[in-house]
Design a binder for this molecule. Structure first.
Ligand code: FE2
Length: 188
């Protein structure tokens, strides 16, 4: 059976949520499982390979982030099975259906890794936030609550990542605004 079919497989269950809603929720949760497994291994990749003056604090922070994601992997997979679904949780299944791009292999320094992770936490955060509404609309407040918990942590981690990048981004934005206004008034 292909991963596609497996991701919406449903076993008989006495749970009181209708089967058609559970099929949709299980499929969505399996998409989340793939992305979470992918993201966790990418964070570990950063944890191992980061270099530079900020090595130690980033090495530690990335490990904390990976630990949180590990917890969510288990939470998401067990929600799939609680709903009567089949959890698609092998590395190959995750790689085949993750919504995230592969982690860059040519980067070296701290801020390059922080940027690469921010670029992955942002689409992951969007996926999780959208899933809150989708599962709520499907009448599954428990899964919506699970997604809400994940969402809060992921937003916080995106903030932690972006806090490292914002001074440089704000400075370069101000620089280009200043350059534009200088051009406008003809300052050379
Ligand atoms: Fe480690």
């Amino acid at each position: 059976m292909s991963t596609n079919k497996l991701s919406s497989r449903l076993y008989p269950s006495r749970i009181d949520l209708p089967a058609d809603a559970r099929t949709k929720i299980v499929e969505l949760l399996n998409q989340t499982l793939a992305a979470t497994l992918d993201l966790k291994t990418q964070v570990k990749q950063a944890h191992w390979n980061v270099k530079g003056a900020d090595f130690y604090q980033l090495h530690e922070m990335f490990d904390e982030m990976a630990d949180e994601l590990e917890e969510y992997i288990d939470m998401v997979a067990e929600r799939v099975t609680a709903l009567g679904g089949y959890a698609c949780g092998t590395a190959r299944m995750a790689a085949a259906s993750s919504i995230l791009p592969e982690y860059p292999t040519e980067i070296l320094e701290g801020m390059e890794h922080v940027t690469a992770l921010a670029e992955r936490f942002a689409p992951y955060a969007k996926h999780i936030r959208e899933a809150i509404d989708t599962t709520d609309e499907l009448g599954d407040a428990d899964t919506a609550d699970l997604y809400t918990e994940v969402s809060r942590t992921i937003d916080k981690r995106l903030w932690f990542l972006e806090a490292h990048l914002q001074p440089a981004e704000i400075k370069s934005e101000n620089g280009s605004t200043a350059a534009k206004s200088q051009q406008k008034v003809g300052v050379r």
